[in-house]
Design a protein around this ligand. Structure first.
Ligand code: ARG
Length: 462
C-alpha cells in the first residue's frame, strides 16, 4: 500500500505484490543490522554536535536504536517485507518506539550513502576476520613444517619427480600464499574502511555536517572525497571477493595435493577420519571429500566475483538499484571462505604424514640426477656435458632397476672417470636438500629462517 511506504508521498497506487517481492532485500540485508545501527548512532551523535538535533533528541534516538538492536538480537523483531530493506525496517521500528522523532534520524542522509556505509563497515569487519582465520591456518602449517624439517619428499615440476625437498619447505610454500592473502585482506579493509556518510543521495548535503566525526566514531580511516563516487563505488566489495577467490585458489591447490597424496599409489598422507568419508558400496574406501568439496566451492566464489564484475560494468553514475545485487554474492563468498579456511587449518593440524613413504618415493624418481651433474661440473666438466653423462647413467640405472646411489663406483665410472668415492655423499638425498641453503631454498637453515619469519609475522598479526 502506497501510504505505508516511507517514500510513498507521490504515489497513488500501491506496489504490485510481485514487485514488492522482487525489489525487497530485507531477507538478506538484515545481515547488516549491527552496522546499520552503529552508523545511525554515529550519524545522530554528529547531528547533535552540529546543532541539527538537540542533546535530548540524540539521547532518545540512540536509546531507541539500542532497543531495536536488542529486539533483533533476541529474535523479537518482526521483519517486514513491505518495508523493503534493513534501513527502513529499523527506522520504522524506531519510530514506533520513540514516535515522530524517529523520522529526524534520516535528516541529510539517503539510503544511498547509508547502504554504502553499512556495507563498508561490514566488509571491513569480515576482512579482519579473514585475516585472523588465515593467521590460524598459517600457524597450523608452521607447526606441521616445524615437525617435518627432516622429512624428505619428491619436489615435482610438471607433476613429475624433480628434486628432493623437505616437507617443511613444501608446507611453508602454502604458508607464504596465505600470508599474502591475509595482507590482501588487510589492504581491502584499509580501502573499504572509508566513510561515505554525508554524500547523501549523490550530490552531498546542505546541512553543516561533519563527516570526519562520523568516521572517527566508527573507527574508520577517512571520509569520501567525492559524493558521487561515495554512493556508487563498489570496488571495495569486488576486491574483497577477489581476495576470497585467491584464497580459494590457494586452498584448492592444497586440496589437490591432499587428494593426490592420500591416493594409496602415493600414500604420503593418511586422512584423519573426521575429514574423510566412506563409500556406500566399496568398503575399502576412504574418500577425501572435504578437500574435494573445498576444491569445488572455489568455483562458487569465482562465480560471485564474476557476478560482481558484471554488475558494475556499464553502470552510469551515481547510485543504481542494480547495486542491491552486490550483497548476496559477498555474503555467499564470505561464508564459503570463512568455513573453508577454518576447516583447512584444522585438517592440516591432523594430517597423518607418512615420512617413510615419502622417503621411498624419493628413491624412485632419480631425484639426485641433478646432484650427479653438479658433482661432475664441480670437477670441471662443462655442465652441458655433465647433463648428458648423467642422462646416460640414469638410463643405465633404470635398466638395472636401481637408483643412481645403488650403482657401484665401477658402474658409475663407466660414464666418467672423474667420478670418485665422494660421489655417494653427493648422491644422498639429505645432501641434496642440505646444500640448498640459498635464501628461500629447501636447506634446513633456510627452512629454519622461514619458520622464524612466519612466527614473527604471526606475532605482528596479534
Ligand atoms: N537496498 C538498497 C541497496 O542495497 C539500498 C539503497 C536503496 N536506495 C534507493 N534509492 N532505492 O542498494
Amino acid at each position: 500500500m502506497s501510504e505505508t511506504k516511507m517514500w510513498g508521498g507521490r504515489f497513488a497506487a500501491k506496489t504490485a505484490e510481485s514487485v514488492e517481492q522482487y525489489t525487497a532485500s530485507e531477507q538478506y540485508d538484515r545481515e547488516l543490522y549491527a552496522e546499520d545501527i552503529r552508523g545511525s548512532i554515529a550519524h545522530a551523535h554528529m547531528m547533535g554536535a552540529q546543532g541539527v538535533l538537540t542533546a535530548e533528541e540524540v539521547q532518545t534516538i540512540t536509546s531507541g536504536l539500542d532497543q531495536v538492536r536488542e529486539e533483533i538480537e533476541s529474535g523479537a523483531f518482526v521483519w517486514k517485507r513491505e518495508l523493503e530493506d534493513v534501513h527502513m525496517n529499523i527506522e520504522a521500528r524506531l519510530t514506533e518506539i520513540i514516535g515522530p522523532l524517529g523520522g529526524k534520524l534520516h535528516t541529510g542522509r539517503s539510503r544511498n550513502d547509508q547502504i554504502a556505509l553499512d556495507f563498508r563497515l561490514y566488509v571491513t569487519r569480515r576482512m579482519n576476520e579473514w585475516r585472523g582465520l588465515l593467521a590460524d591456518l598459517v600457524a597450523s602449517l608452521g607447526r606441521r613444517a616445524d615437525e617435518h624439517r627432516q622429512t624428505l619428499l619428491p619436489g615435482c615440476t610438471h607433476m613429475q619427480p624433480a628434486q628432493p625437498v623437505s616437507l617443511a619447505h613444501h608446507l611453508l610454500a602454502y604458508a607464504q600464499m596465505f600470508m599474502r592473502d591475509a595482507d590482501r585482506a588487510g589492504d581491502c579493509a584499509r580501502r573499504a574502511n572509508v566513510s561515505p556518510l554525508g554524500a547523501a543521495a549523490l550530490a552531498g548535503t546542505t546541512y553543516d555536517f561533519a563527516p570526519e566525526a562520523v568516521a572517527e566514531e566508527l573507527g574508520m580511516g577517512g571520509v569520501f572525497a567525492n559524493s558521487m563516487d561515495a554512493v556508487s563505488d563498489r570496488d571495495f566489495v569486488i576486491e574483497a571477493v577477489f581476495t576470497g577467490s585467491m584464497i580459494m585458489a590457494h586452498l584448492s591447490r592444497l586440496c589437490e595435493e591432499i587428494i593426490i597424496w592420500s591416493n594409496p599409489a602415493f600414500g604420503f598422507v593418511k586422512l584423519p577420519d573426521a575429514y574423510a568419508t566412506g563409500s556406500s558400496i566399496m568398503p575399502q574406501k576412504k574418500n577425501p571429500d572435504v578437500a574435494e568439496l573445498m576444491r569445488g566451492k572455489t568455483g562458487r566464489v569465482y562465480g560471485s566475483l564474476t557476478t560482481l564484475m558484471t554488475l558494475v560494468k556499464g553502470l552510469p553514475l551515481a547510485y543504481n538499484r542494480d547495486m542491491q545485487e552486490d550483497k548476496e554474492p559477498f555474503f555467499d563468498a564470505d561464508r564459503t571462505v570463512r568455513a573453508s579456511v577454518g576447516i583447512m587449518a584444522d585438517m592440516v593440524a591432523e594430517l597423518g604424514f607418512d615420512a617413510d613413504r615419502m622417503r621411498q618415493a624419493c628413491a624412485r624418481g632419480y631425484l639426485n640426477a641433478t646432484e650427479l651433474a653438479d658433482y661432475l661440473a664441480s670437477k670441471g666438466m662443462p655442465f652441458r656435458e655433465a647433463h648428458h653423462v648423467t642422462g646416460s647413467a640414469v638410463g643405465y640405472a633404470e635398466k638395472q632397476g636401481k637408483g643412481l646411489e645403488d650403482l657401484t663406483l665401477e658402474e658409475l665410472r663407466q660414464f666418467s672417470d672423474m667420478i670418485e668415492q665422494d660421489v655417494f655423499e653427493a648422491l644422498a638425498y639429505e645432501t641434496a636438500v642440505a646444500r640448498r641453503e640459498t635464501s628461500g631454498g629447501t636447506g634446513p637453515n633456510s627452512v629454519t629462517r622461514q619458520i622464524e619469519t612466519l612466527r614473527a609475522w604471526l606475532t605482528s598479526m596479534d
